[in-house]
Design a protein. Structure first.
Lengths: 323, 546
C-alpha cells in the first residue's frame, strides 16, 4: 500500500529550471504570471498557481482541462495548488506532458525560500530565480503590520530580484524614498521598478545564448541592450581557455546586480570540448557540451541591472581567470 | 417483557450532576431509558450482569483525531512507545536504532523482491539519545529497495541510500532540510516539507495515500474501541465522494464501533462552494456520522518550528513560524461558514496564531452575532488567561493538546518555549478556572489515541523525561474525565446526544476494569479499557485480556 507506482518504473528527465514568484496578496503575482504566459514565445512552461480562477486564460488557448490542471495549446500548463503546493507540482510534472520551465506562484504568506528548496534538492528541478513582487504603495504598511511584518521581510530578503510593481500609481518623488527603505529592509538585493509587472520574461526564465553566427572581436566587451532601460548586457569573448578553479572564483565574485550569464566557455581541463555556462543569481553550472565545431572560443553574455555593474571590473575579473 | 436491558456495574459514573454515580443503567435499542439504583430500575427489563465487576463511564469523545489513526497502520510501526495496532497486536516500543533496524529487516525479509518502497513510521529520535539515525543503518535493511521512516512528529524522514541515490540527494548543495554529518555527507535525515516531498515523490512513496478507504475507517473504529472511545473526529478531510461513501457505508454497519465526526477542509474550495457542499453533506447525517463542521488552519506546528509565537518567539532564537493564510483570507474562509450556521474548528498552535484567530472571529461574530456557534480553537497550546477570557466573551470553545505535555514537554522546556512558557502550555486549569468550555485531545496519529492517557497528561503534566511541567496547570481527575466526555461532546455540539449517561441519550459507554476516580491519579493511564458500548451494542476491546 506504500506506492501507487512501483519505484523502478518511474523515469525522470533532466532537471527543470524552476522560478519562484512570491510576494504578498495584491502585489501583482497573478499579473506577472499572465504576462509570462502571454510571452512564453514557444517555451513550454508549467505554472503552479495559487488559484487559477484568477489567471486570465484565453478560452481559445485551452487544450484540455482536468481536475486541477489546465493544459494550453501552446504547450504551457497551469496547476491549481490550494493547500498542497508540492503535490500539485508533482502532479503537473506527471500529467502535463514535457515541460521546459516551471514557475511556482507561492501563497501570499509563504516563505519563498522554503518553497525554493525543491529547486535545490534532488534531480527534478534546478532553482532558477526567486522573484518577489512588491506593491509600491502598500509594502511598507504590510511590513509595519503586527502579524505580517516578519513574513514580508522574509519574502523580500529571499529574493534574487524584487519587482517594485505599480510604481505608476505613486508620485515619482516617492520612489527614491521607497528605494532607500527597501535597501534598508533587504540590503543589496537587486530591484527594478515596473508597472503591471511588465518585465522581460527572458530575465525571469532564461536568456538566449550569444548567437554563434555572429563573430565578435576577441577580448572585447560588447554592449547590446535588448531589455530596454532596466537591464543591460555585456559579452565576454576569448580564445584562451579558463583555469577552471579560477573561473569558479570569478563567478563567485559577481555582484548581485548580475542576474544571468549564459554561453560557451573553454576550460583548461576540457579544452577540446565546449562547456556550457549557465549562471543565475549566484548559482551556476558548468556542463560538458559537444566538441568545438571549428575554432574553440569562449563566448558568453552577462546580464544585470542597467548601470549597476562595472564593465571594466567584469572584464578584469574574467580576464584574470584565463590561462 | 419490554426489550429493555438493565446493566449492572460496580459503579457507573454518569457525568450528570444530578446523579454522578449510579448502580445500573437501563438501555432500550440504542438509548438510555433509566439510570440509578438497581432496586429502582429492577423490573423494567432483563438484567444483564456482564459489567457487574466493571466500571462504566460515558463513552469517551475524542475531539481531535485523524483518519490516519487507522490508515497509518498500513506501514510498519517503529516508535519508541508501545502501541496497539487495530488488529489488537501490541507493537512493543523500540528502544534503540538497532531494534528499529532489526524490525525492518524482519519485515523486509517477508516482502517480494519487487523494489517497492518499505515505509515505516513512528520514529522519535528524541527518546533515543543524542545520536541520530543514519543512512548506513537503513542500508542494512535493504540496498535495493527504498526504505523510508516517517518520524512520529510527521516533520522529518529517515531514508536509506537507495532513496538518496534515486532522488539525487548528494553532497554539495547547502540545504537546511538535509541533515549532514561532520564531513558534509547527507545522513539520510530529511526535514523540510519541500525536501521530504521531493524524496517521497522520487521513489513513489506516499504516507497519506489511503489505498483502502473502508479498511482505514474500520481500523480507525477499532482503535477507538480499544481505548474506550465511542465518538471520534477526523480533522480534516477533503471529503471527496469516495471518502464520503466510505464513511457512509462503514458507519452504517451495525458492527462498526464508533460515531464519526469528519470535518471538512476549509481552504480548498471557495466559501460559496463549500457551504453548498456542506448543505449536501449534512443531508447524509446519521446518528453515527455527522458532517457540517469545517476546519481552518492558522499556523503550523511546534515540531517543525512553524507555530506562530508572540514575542519573544522561539526560546532557542529560531525564526518565527509560518502563517498558512493572511488575515483577509482567514476571514473570507470563516465568514460564510459562520453566517450559514456551520461550526468552525480553528487550528492555532502558537499564541500569536491564537491571537489572530480570536481577532478574526471577533470581527465575524460582531458583524453577525449568533448564539451557540461554539467555534472551537484546536490545540490552543499557548493560550493564556487573557486569551481564554476573550474566548469566553466570544463564545469560543477550546480543545487543548494535553498529550503534548508528555511527548514534547521536554523539548518545549529546553528548546521551543523555555522553562517559563513551557510550564503553562496546554493550560487546562486556567481554562477550567475561567469557565471556558473545553476538551483535551491527542491529535492521533501524532500522539496515540487513548483518552484516559490524555486525561492522565492533563492531571499529572509529567513529561517523558520525568519533569512536572507547571503543576499550577494540573487538572483534577474529575475535571479531566469530564473534559474527555461532556467537555468534548459540548465542543462538537453533540452534548444532547452523547457525553453523559442519562435518560434519553445514546447508550454509549466506556467499559473499564478499574475505578478511574479511586486509582492513584499517577496511574490513571493504566486503568484498563475492557471495551465500549455504542448505541446499546457491546464491543469488547480487541486484544483485551483479563
Amino acid at each position: 500500500m506504500s506506492a501507487d507506482t512501483p519505484a523502478d518504473v518511474r523515469q525522470f528527465g533532466p532537471a527543470l529550471p524552476l522560478t519562484v514568484v512570491g510576494g504578498f496578496l495584491g502585489a501583482g503575482k497573478t499579473t506577472l504570471l499572465n504576462h509570462i504566459l502571454a510571452n512564453a514565445k514557444g517555451r513550454r512552461i508549467g505554472i503552479v498557481v495559487n488559484d487559477f480562477g484568477e489567471i486570465n486564460i484565453d478560452e481559445r488557448l485551452i487544450a484540455r482541462r482536468t481536475d486541477r490542471i489546465v493544459s494550453l495549446t501552446n504547450g504551457c500548463a497551469c496547476c491549481d495548488f490550494g493547500g498542497t503546493l508540492y503535490d500539485s507540482l508533482f502532479q503537473l510534472l506527471d500529467a502535463a506532458g514535457p515541460l521546459e520551465f516551471i514557475v511556482i506562484e507561492t501563497s501570499g504568506v509563504a516563505d519563498p525560500d522554503k518553497v525554493a528548496e525543491v529547486g535545490r534538492v534532488g534531480r527534478f528541478f534546478r532553482l532558477n530565480l526567486v522573484v518577489i513582487v512588491a506593491d509600491a504603495a502598500t509594502v511598507r504598511s504590510h511590513v509595519a503590520d503586527r502579524y505580517l511584518g516578519d513574513t514580508i521581510i522574509r519574502q523580500l530578503t529571499a529574493a534574487d530580484l524584487i519587482l517594485i510593481n505599480k510604481t505608476d500609481l505613486m508620485e515619482a518623488a516617492e520612489i527614491p524614498e521607497l528605494e532607500a527603505w527597501l535597501e534598508k529592509v533587504a540590503p543589496g538585493i537587486p530591484r527594478i521598478a515596473c508597472r503591471t509587472a511588465a518585465v522581460p520574461v527572458d530575465m525571469l526564465l532564461d536568456v538566449p545564448p550569444p548567437d554563434p553566427r555572429v563573430r565578435r572581436a576577441v577580448g572585447t566587451g560588447l554592449v547590446h541592450d535588448p531589455h530596454g532601460r532596466q537591464f543591460e548586457s555585456w559579452s565576454f569573448v576569448s580564445s584562451r581557455p579558463f583555469r577552471t578553479a579560477a573561473l569558479h572564483d570569478a563567478l563567485a565574485q559577481l555582484p548581485r546586480t548580475i542576474l544571468r550569464a549564459k554561453g560557451l566557455v573553454r576550460l583548461d581541463r576540457e579544452a577540446e570540448r565546449q562547456t556550457i555556462l549557465h549562471y543565475v543569481a549566484g548559482r551556476w553550472t558548468l556542463e560538458r557540451g559537444e566538441p568545438w565545431p571549428v575554432m574553440p572560443q569562449t563566448e558568453f553574455v552577462v546580464i544585470g541591472l542597467a548601470g549597476r555593474f562595472e564593465r571594466a571590473a567584469l572584464e578584469a575579473v574574467f580576464t584574470s581567470a584565463l590561462l | 417483557m419490554s426489550d429493555t436491558t438493565i446493566y449492572r456495574a460496580t459503579k457507573i459514573f454518569t457525568m450528570n450532576p444530578h446523579q454522578p454515580v449510579a448502580e445500573a443503567v437501563a438501555v432500550r435499542h440504542d438509548s438510555v431509558v433509566g439510570v440509578g439504583a438497581f432496586a429502582a430500575l429492577k423490573g423494567s427489563g432483563r438484567v444483564d450482569d456482564r459489567f457487574a465487576d466493571q466500571f462504566l463511564l460515558p463513552g469517551f469523545v475524542e475531539g481531535h483525531t485523524h483518519i490516519q489513526t487507522g490508515t497509518i497502520w498500513a506501514h510498519v510501526y517503529v516508535g519508541f512507545h508501545d502501541r496497539r495496532a487495530p488488529d489488537g497486536r501490541l507493537w512493543v516500543g523500540l528502544k534503540s536504532f538497532e531494534a528499529v533496524v532489526a524490525r525492518l529487516c524482519e519485515v523486509a525479509a517477508t516482502l517480494p523482491a519487487d523494489g517497492r518502497p518499505l515505509l515505516a513510521w513512528g520514529l522519535d529520535p528524541i527518546f533515543l539519545g543524542e545520536r541520530r539515525m543514519t543512512v548506513a543503518e537503513l542500508d542494512r535493511v535493504s540496498t535495493t529497495r527504498p526504505v523510508l521512516i516517517m518520524h512520529q512528529t510527521f516533520h522529518a524522514l529517515n531514508v536509506n541510500s537507495v532513496v538518496l541515490d534515486r532522488v539525487g540527494i548528494t553532497g554539495g548543495a547547502d540545504v537546511e532540510g538535509i541533515v549532514r554529518d561532520a564531513n558534509g555527507t547527507p545522513t539520510g535525515e530529511l526535514r523540510e516539507v519541500a525536501v521530504m516531498k521531493v524524496a517521497l515523490h522520487g521513489v513513489g512513496a506516499n504516507f497519506n495515500a489511503i489505498a483502502d478507504i473502508p479498511l482505514g475507517i474500520w481500523d480507525f473504529g477499532r482503535i477507538a474501541n480499544m481505548t474506550g472511545t465511542t465518538t471520534v473526529t477526523d480533522l480534516a478531510n477533503e471529503l471527496p465522494d469516495a471518502m464520503v461513501e466510505g464513511y457512509r457505508t462503514v458507519t452504517a454497519h451495525d458492527d462498526f464501533p464508533a460515531r464519526v465526526v469528519p470535518m471538512h477542509v476549509g481552504w480548498l474550495m471557495r466559501p460559496s462552494q463549500l457551504v453548498e457542499r456542506l448543505g449536501y453533506l449534512t443531508t447524509l447525517n446519521t446518528d453515527k456520522l455527522r458532517f457540517g463542521r469545517v476546519k481552518i488552519v492558522v499556523d503550523g506546528a511546534f515540531s517543525g518550528f512553524t507555530a506562530r509565537l508572540k514575542p519573544p518567539g522561539y526560546y532557542n532564537g529560531f525564526p518565527n513560524g509560518q502563517w498558512n493564510f493572511t488575515r483577509d483570507q482567514l476571514k473570507q474562509q470563516m465568514e460564510l461558514i459562520h453566517d450559514r450556521g456551520y461550526q468552525l474548528h480553528v487550528h492555532t498552535n502558537g499564541d500569536e496564531a491564537t491571537d489572530l484567530a480570536i481577532d478574526v472571529l471577533s470581527e465575524i461574530i460582531a458583524k453577525n452575532p449568533r448564539a451557540n456557534h461554539r467555534h472551537t480553537l484546536q490545540h490552543c497550546q499557548l493560550a493564556d488567561a487573557e486569551q481564554y477570557q476573550k474566548m469566553i466573551e466570544l463564545g469560543l470553545c477550546a480543545n487543548i493538546f494535553s498529550n503534548h505535555i508528555y511527548y514534547y514537554g521536554d523539548v518545549h522546556y529546553a528548546t521551543t518555549l523555555g522553562p517559563e512558557r513551557s510550564a503553562r502550555i496546554n493550560a487546562a486549569a486556567t481554562a477550567k478556572r475561567l469557565g471556558v468550555n473545553f476538551s483535551i485531545h491527542c491529535d492521533s496519529p501524532v500522539t496515540p489515541m487513548a483518552p484516559l492517557f490524555t486525561a492522565w497528561c492533563a492531571v499529572n503534566r509529567l513529561t517523558a523525561g520525568g519533569r512536572v511541567l507547571g503543576a499550577a496547570e494540573c487538572l483534577s481527575v474529575t475535571d479531566a474525565l469530564y473534559a474527555i466526555t461532556m467537555g468534548a461532546a459540548y465542543t462538537l455540539k453533540l452534548e444532547h446526544e452523547i457525553g453523559s449517561i442519562e435518560t434519553g441519550k445514546r447508550a454509549d459507554f466506556a467499559v473499564l476494569k478499574g475505578d478511574p476516580y479511586a486509582v492513584d491519579p499517577a496511574r490513571l493511564k493504566d486503568v484498563r479499557v475492557a471495551g465500549t458500548v455504542v448505541g446499546g451494542r457491546h464491543f469488547p476491546a480487541i486484544g483485551f485480556s483479563v
